[in-house]
Design a protein around this ligand. Structure first.
Ligand code: KIV
Ligand code: ZN
Length: 390
């Protein structure tokens, strides 16, 4: 038997932060009612952890975390805090009604954060990290620690911080590339280094939290899980501060489409497209048409060569079945770049079977219309056929 068949799939936890990091997008604030609708959908989608908010940040956020905690049936509900006692107390209070809860606490560990944000030093920051985790642990069993700006933190110091917070009770170690700086090799090597150098690492899960400033958030997260991380923090449509966070739909489908990685998630991928629409509409934040997996053009074909291939066999130009992500079908878009095969296909779909001679005639007329319009629609086809005297 092949080796990959013998091994059981490595499960990667999906930690969704659409309602916390994602909601930090300027102008996209959600009210509690919309947050509850999205939270319920994320639970149905199968996320393992749902970061519901930053409870101390505002009364509205506190209220949302309380209500989401009471509503959610399956996912673990998580609240963010700084390494500050009051933050932790407020988060614990907000999460009280959750079936399963987690406090996510942490502090900046890069020299830039230590020096400029905290005017402090490495040892003092380490002490604050330990105290925050111990304090959070007095309220909940499950405590995740984030080493903010871990992407630019010296690996040796980062390993010492990780070791110390595991001793203090951290169950998950979040290694954020807060500024989206790392290259995939670099981020993967950081995770590998922690796996190999942190005593007690088998008592905790390493988590990837990557930002997209250089367009590498997805690649970095995948490099992280290839090197031993077992949680990815991500958002629907990759929304988030600046250039955004890792896109949930991308990492989920990368693992699905590459069984050789031997990694998978609990996500019901058939709900990805509708969840993307829900988040985009609720936030008033359109999805770019060429967005991987959920963009309007992700399964649309407009050039003649591609259309001919897809009509003959979908797999010639598609690596994913659109049904697997909840898109009803691949689209054959008619433009001036389309060929006869696409025109015949679309005409047939609306009841016009054209023989070769008819198709030649209609195609010539079609090109005239297509040159004037961006796209030729189903309503245009009968008119074009009629103009040919057919
Ligand atoms: O990007 C980041 O470092 C964060 C932490 C607060 C987890 O969002
Ligand atoms: Zn972040």
């Amino acid at each position: 038997m092949h080796l990959t068949l013998q091994m059981s799939k490595g499960k990667v936890q999906i930690f969704d932060t659409t309602l916390r990091d994602g909601e930090q997008v300027p102008g996209c604030k959600l009210d509690t009612r919309n947050k509850l609708i999205i939270a319920e959908r994320l639970d149905e989608l199968g996320v393992d952890v749902l970061e519901a908010g930053f409870p101390i940040s505002s009364p509205g956020d506190f209220d949302s975390v309380v209500k989401i905690s009471q509503l959610i049936k399956n996912a673990r509900v998580c609240g963010l805090t700084r390494a500050v006692k009051k933050d932790i107390e407020v988060a614990a209070e907000a999460l009280k009604g959750a079936k399963k809860s987690r406090i996510h606490t942490g502090i900046g560990t890069s020299d830039a954060h230590i020096q400029y944000k905290f005017n402090s030093n490495r040892e003092a920051i380490m002490e604050r990290a330990i105290s925050a985790v111990s304090y959070a642990k007095s309220f909940v069993e499950d405590v995740e620690f984030y080493a903010e700006d871990a992407g630019r933190t010296d690996n040796e110091y980062l390993a010492r911080v990780c070791e110390a917070v595991i001793k203090a009770g951290a169950t998950v170690l979040n290694i954020p590339d807060t500024t989206g700086y790392c290259l995939p090799e670099e981020y993967g090597a950081k995770i590998k280094y922690l796996k190999e150098n942190v005593k007690g690492i088998d008592k905790a899960i390493l988590s990837c939290h990557c930002h997209n400033d250089l367009g590498l958030a997805t690649a970095n997260s995948i490099a992280g899980v290839i090197n031993g991380a077992r949680q990815i923090e991500c958002t629907i449509n990759g929304i988030g501060e600046r250039a955004g966070n890792t896109s949930l739909e991308e990492v989920v489908m990368i693992m699905r489409q590459h069984p050789d990685l031997n990694l998978d998630t609990n996500i019901n991928s058939k709900l990805l497209y509708s969840t993307s629409l829900l988040v985009s509409e609720s936030m008033g934040m359109p999805v770019q048409p060429n967005k991987a997996v959920v963009g309007a053009n992700a399964f649309a074909h407009s050039s003649g060569i591609h259309q001919d291939g897809v009509i003959k066999k979908r797999e010639t130009y598609e690596i994913m079945d659109p049904h697997d992500v909840g898109v009803t079908q691949s689209a054959i878009v008619l433009t001036a770049r389309s060929g006869r095969a696409a025109l015949a296909y679309r005409a047939k779909n609306i009841g016009f079977e054209l023989d070769k001679l008819q198709l030649d005639k209609v195609y010539t007329e079609f090109l005239k219309v297509a040159d004037l319009q961006k796209e030729v629609n189903d309503e245009d086809i009968p008119k074009i056929i009629e103009a040919c005297g057919l």
